[in-house]
Design a protein around this ligand. Structure first.
Ligand SMILES: [Ca+2]
Ligand SMILES: [Ca+2]
Length: 264
């Protein structure tokens, strides 16, 4: 009994106090599939024994969806908020990792941080989880204009080659990162002849954008170009498909129609 009491009186334990997201790609403070993230793990020493003089950590994850940065998985913990509290992070931001685009939203990803006393008094393996949220970004087509058509009336006519200016709005609540598009149509008498792929860049929540090329935005830039056959049967309203994918690997399929009218 005396030995047990002595042991308990001298022992020190290290446990996780809080876990913070230090960085995420779209900046909404939560982790979504495809994002890069950084995490700060705050630990504290409890018990009556002297706290460790210095701590080191090593972060790992058994999850197939988590890729911890090579070389960034270990480092020193620094004192934070008193003698018995530390922040275990590679820098101010945290220790970096990537989530696979296939990570299921809603899942709880397991992590393990191993903390050890630099002077050898002990080590502690501390599990924690991080929740994955569905990305709350939502690109929608807000307008389509026929521009630079041959007769300049802004209407698709048989035999014309024109550009399409497709406006996309981020109707979600978080930033869209590097939104790329692919435009196609299955209509027999209409073909996409140029710029069938391109980018909208980043779109903030509520922002409406057009394809960007370097510093060029919208009308006058290289835009998707389409050709309508002279033989198209009228009336015709070909359907176009705009496939969108962002930097996180999340994709959307949007469709729109453009009417083809006889030249007046
Ligand atoms: Ca995020
Ligand atoms: Ca026209």
């Amino acid at each position: 009994m005396l030995l047990t009491l002595l042991f308990c009186a001298c022992s020190v334990d290290v446990s996780i106090s809080t876990v913070e997201i230090g960085y995420d790609s779209n900046g909404d403070g939560v982790l979504s599939p495809g994002e890069r993230g950084a995490v700060r793990v705050f630990v504290r020493a409890s018990g009556m024994g002297d706290p460790p003089a210095a701590l080191r950590y090593q972060l790992s994850s058994p999850s197939e969806f988590v890729d911890i940065d090579v070389g960034g998985s270990e480092g020193s913990c620094w004192k934070s908020g008193g003698e018995r509290k530390w922040c275990c992070a590679r820098s101010g931001t945290g220790t970096w990792f990537s989530l696979a685009p296939t990570t299921p939203p809603g899942s709880e990803l397991p992590f393990l941080i191993r903390v050890e006393d630099t002077y050898g008094s002990g080590s502690w393996s501390l599990p924690f989880t991080l929740q994955v949220h569905a990305a709350a970004s939502e690109p929608v087509i807000s307008d389509v204009q026929v521009v630079q058509d041959e007769n300049g009336d802004g209407v698709l006519n048989p035999g014309e080659e024109t550009q399409l200016l497709v406006w996309v709005t981020n109707a979600g609540t978080v930033r869209l990162l590097e939104l790329e598009y692919t435009l196609s149509t299955t209509h027999d008498e209409v073909t996409v002849t140029a710029e069938e792929t391109g980018t909208y860049g980043d779109l903030e929540p509520g922002e409406t954008g057009t394809p960007v090329t370097g510093v060029c935005i919208g009308w006058g830039c290289p835009l998707p170009r389409i050709r309508v056959s002279e033989d198209i049967a009228l009336p015709a309203t070909p359907t176009f498909t705009l496939r969108l994918v962002d930097e996180l690997g999340v994709s959307w399929v949007r469709t729109f129609k453009v009417q083809v009218l006889a030249e007046p």
